[in-house]
Design a protein around this ligand. Structure first.
Ligand SMILES: [Mg+2]
Length: 383
């Protein structure tokens, strides 16, 4: 499978280079060499810490917060700039400090060819264990850069149909009934709601929403339920409330209970906390109906694409999710959203200081643009 994937991937890139950059050809059809090497340019990585301000206090079953630390990255090569981002919600263990320390160790100048994504990202991955958000910020900037050099958006390089993007859900955090109703009203343009459950007031939360909206709801429990029988009872109750799926209902270590729940639940059970890297995908096979892929968990677009393809091959459903992020990381994730049955790409919609303009949402559906790379431009001057 690895070999087949490599051939397919390499073929796509080669095709894209032929389509997008005639400068790689000498006279006739013979390819002499890649002009990228001839230019002698080097990749320069820059990074800046920022805090994203949330529109609402955000509460999940384990904590509450009003801002999220991010690090914005830029890789410049021969005058072309690719942008990336690391988002680090506190519960995942990364911070400004860890990301900046990691990025200071990244030496891209050793690579003369920015199209060697597999080699460069393998090097980045091996610098330290963990640091997945920091790694994703390099991966995203590199994809943006290479896409811009080729002149194509990444969904095209992957051969994905932009018409097949899913609707994105809009997340409603745990709150008082009054605030929940207000948030649901704000979510009017979205066709699917996502609700954080996992507290004593779960049924009240759903019932409150149902007083103002009958839209389909995706439920995320963030490991909040501990008993499998209670989880099944809730799954049956939620099914009758027009809920679409349940994300991470129980702690990821309760593997037997989760496997049992998936077997018996009338709703699909989706892995989030239990599914970080491609190795985790092997471990959760048979335990969940699908996976929530996030660039910040797995290390970026390259890994996310591979996980999505493998999950689909394993007959699992694919969901693309996000952290609190600007339109940079959201637009990067959206490039692979045509592979997903569901998307939860609303992180940029929940902040007041988005630095980039990128993918948009129309009638609840993700709209990819035709800008090259990850499809963004600066909205507020960052660099
Ligand atoms: Mg989740």
């Amino acid at each position: 499978m690895h070999k087949r994937e490599f051939i397919k991937y390499g073929g796509l890139l080669a095709g894209a280079m032929i389509a997008g950059n005639s400068k790689i050809f000498s006279k006739g059809t013979e390819i002499k060499s890649n002009p990228v090497n001839l230019k002698g340019a080097t990749m320069k990585l820059k990074f800046l810490p920022y805090d994203l301000q949330l529109k609402h206090v955000f509460t999940i079953s384990s904590n509450s917060r009003t801002s999220t630390p991010v690090v914005l990255t830029e890789i410049e090569y021969d005058g072309v700039k690719g942008y990336g981002e690391a988002s680090m919600p506190p519960y995942l263990g990364e911070s400004h400090e860890t990301a900046l320390k990691f990025l200071a160790q990244v030496n891209l100048a050793q690579f003369k060819d920015p199209f060697l994504l597999e080699d460069i990202l393998l090097y980045v991955d091996k610098i330290t264990p963990g640091n997945y958000a920091a790694k994703a910020s390099v991966d995203i900037a590199l994809h943006d850069l290479s896409g811009k050099l080729i002149g194509k958006p990444w969904y095209q390089l992957w051969g994905l149909d932009p018409a097949k993007t899913p609707n994105t859900s809009f997340t409603i955090g745990i709150d008082t009934p009054e605030v929940v109703r207000q948030k649901v009203t704000e979510a009017a343009p979205y066709k699917v709601l996502k609700v954080k459950l996992g507290s004593a007031g779960d049924k009240e939360m759903i019932n409150t929403i149902r007083t103002v909206s009958d839209k389909p709801i995706c439920v995320d429990v963030n490991q909040g339920w501990k008993d499998k029988n209670y989880a099944l009872e809730m799954a049956n109750w939620l099914k009758d409330k027009n809920v679409v799926f349940i994300e991470q209902p129980m702690p990821k270590k309760q593997t037997d209970d989760i496997g049992w729940l998936t077997q018996n639940s009338p709703l699909p059970i989706i892995a989030d906390e239990a599914m970080q890297t491609i190795e985790d995908l092997m471990n959760i096979k048979g335990l969940y109906s699908g996976v929530n892929i996030k660039l910040m968990k797995c290390g970026g677009m390259n890994a996310a694409y591979k996980i999505a393809q493998m999950a689909l091959a394993m007959n699992m459903k694919v969901m693309i999710g996000c952290m609190t992020e600007t339109s940079c990381a959201i637009s990067a994730a959206a490039q692979l959203s045509p592979l997903a049955k569901w998307a939860d790409l609303d992180g940029n919609l929940l902040i007041t200081n988005d630095y980039y303009d990128g993918v948009t949402v129309m009638d609840g559906k993700i709209i990819l643009n035709d800008r090259p790379g990850i499809g963004i431009k600066e909205k507020i001057k960052v660099w």
